[in-house]
Design a protein around this ligand. Structure first.
Ligand SMILES: Nc1ncnc2c1ncn2[C@@H]1O[C@H](COP(=O)(O)OP(=O)(O)OP(=O)(O)O)[C@@H](O)[C@H]1O
Ligand SMILES: [Mg+2]
Length: 450
């Protein structure tokens, strides 16, 4: 069973030692384990199970009529299969009996339970006891096949030692110091550049579950994958991610949702941490659009974050909240590298000039992005990220420079995959850029108080 043993045991004890394939099914492993056995309580379910296995090209002879007792007796005498299908219907104390079964079941066995109890508390208790999945009877062949393949995928996942080393994966969290400063624009652009210009398989995770505009800005269907992940954290695995994510291109996938406003969606920091860990295994780079209002509830996620892009505006409120978020980051993500970006910098007068902003926050502004309303309209009309819509222009080059600074993996920084270096304007020091902008606009000042 999946728990109470540590998850690393699952793959260690997997009969295929991390190389499980459908072809390997039914072959006794080196330690004498079969890949699947099933005990079901009625003929109709047995028929569906056998038809399902036959459809998957797997042998059907290890499936029989039987209950939990029969499974326990068999397991006491033979090595446990990698996947065990158990029918709990009719069992007066299924949760207790599952615990007893764990005593005779080898670690790493993935248990798929069947039953007739349609109750969320019962389902959660089963999950807590280490059951991989629970399917309601009468069995739906498609759901059964999905559950078996999902269990197989977990067994086939590489053990942690073979996974991409954390040091090679870049997880970038983009946080807006204030509402509407352009955090989503920056996150979408960075992910697009990471996937396209840096040629890195990239995941874009929008954590604004109800009001996020990530999918909208890329003209994509948001799907409901993120809500499913939050509601069923134990189901998050490689296969789940593959199914739940929306593909924007061959190298860019996004995970988001547009949850109904009426539903209160819990934000579970541990679930999101688990999700980020899975993304780390599946992609080279992850960009997270992280609403600042969720920082407290998502604190555990910060252990996965390698770089933070704090997007702000040159206003008093922007300076105040930049200071507050930088303080929070110092405590909760002390190892993350922070890049500070001022966005929507007007070409004329600013509420606070960049020099005063830097003095107030005691922090250098790393990049300045100009206010470009026309570009915003174009990008929205075309359903493209800013970076894509203004590729090759001044804004595009600065976004590319930010992406190269914050989310390029070792491979990408080696330069072989990078497109041409940005134009001179893109490499300008922020203050020089602002000075140019101000100089080109009569009355442009950029000092505090105007
Ligand atoms: N540099 C810019 N010039 C002009 N418009 C911009 C710029 N950056 C972003 N915008 C526009 O500002 C609006 C808000 O941007 P965005 O949604 O990225 O902000 P946000 O910080 O994510 O907002 P929220 O707090 O609601 O999540 C969008 O319409 C976007 O197109
Ligand atoms: Mg946003």
């Amino acid at each position: 069973m999946n728990a109470p043993w540590p998850s690393s045991d699952i793959t260690a004890a997997s009969p295929n030692s991390g190389n499980a394939t459908l072809a390997g099914y039914g072959q006794p492993s080196a330690i004498g384990r079969q890949s699947l056995a099933g005990y079901v309580g009625d003929e109709a379910s047995l028929e569906v199970l056998r038809a399902c296995l036959a459809g998957l090209g797997w042998p059907t002879d290890r499936c029989q009529l039987g209950a939990l007792d029969d499974a326990a007796q068999a397991l006491a005498m033979t090595p446990s299969p990698a996947i065990l299908i158990l029918d709990l219907s009719g069992d007066p104390a299924p949760l207790d009996n599952i615990q007893d079964l764990a005593q005779v079941c080898d670690p790493g066995t993935m248990v798929i339970a069947l039953g007739e109890t349609n109750d969320v508390q019962f389902y959660r208790a089963l999950q807590a006891s280490g059951i991989h999945d629970y399917l309601l009877k009468p069995l739906c062949p498609n759901e059964l096949a999905e559950a078996i393949l999902a269990a197989q995928a977990v067994l086939a996942a590489p053990p942690p030692a073979q996974a991409t080393p954390a040091s090679q994966h870049i997880t970038t969290a983009v946080i807006g110091a204030r509402g509407g400063v352009g955090a989503t624009m920056v996150a979408t652009s960075l992910a697009w550049i990471s996937s396209c210009d840096l040629a890195q398989p990239t995941a874009l995770l929008y954590l604004d579950i109800q009001f996020g505009t990530g999918a909208l800005s890329l003209d994509l269907d948001p799907g409901s994958g993120l809500v499913e992940a939050i509601e069923n954290p134990s189901r998050i695995d490689g296969l789940f991610i593959e199914r739940a994510m929306t593909r924007a291109s061959d190298t860019l996938s996004l995970l988001t949702a547009e949850a109904p406003i009426a539903n209160s969606v819990p934000t579970d920091g541990i679930a999101m941490l688990h999700l980020a860990e899975e993304l780390r295994h599946a992609f080279t780079a992850t960009v997270i659009d992280l609403p600042r209002t969720m920082l407290a509830s998502l604190t555990p996620l910060m252990t996965e974050v390698t770089t933070i892009v704090l997007v702000t505006e040159l206003t008093l409120a922007g300076a105040r909240d930049t200071i507050r978020i930088l303080d929070w980051v110092k405590t909760h993500a002390p190892l993350a590298r922070v890049t500070l970006v001022a966005n929507k910098v007007p070409s004329g007068i600013c509420e606070i000039g960049p020099g005063d902003f830097e003095s107030a926050t005691e922090r250098k502004l790393d990049f300045l992005l100009p206010l470009e309303p026309r570009l915003a309209i174009n990008a929205a009309k075309q359903g493209q990220s800013f970076a894509q819509a203004c590729r090759g222009g001044r804004m595009g080059d600065t976004l590319l420079a930010i992406a190269r600074a914050v989310c390029a993996s070792d491979d990408a920084t080696a330069g072989t995959k990078l497109r041409a270096a940005p134009s001179l304007l893109g490499r300008l020091d922020p203050r020089q850029l602002l000075a140019r902008l101000s100089a080109s606009t009569p009355g442009g000042g950029g000092k505090m108080g105007g």
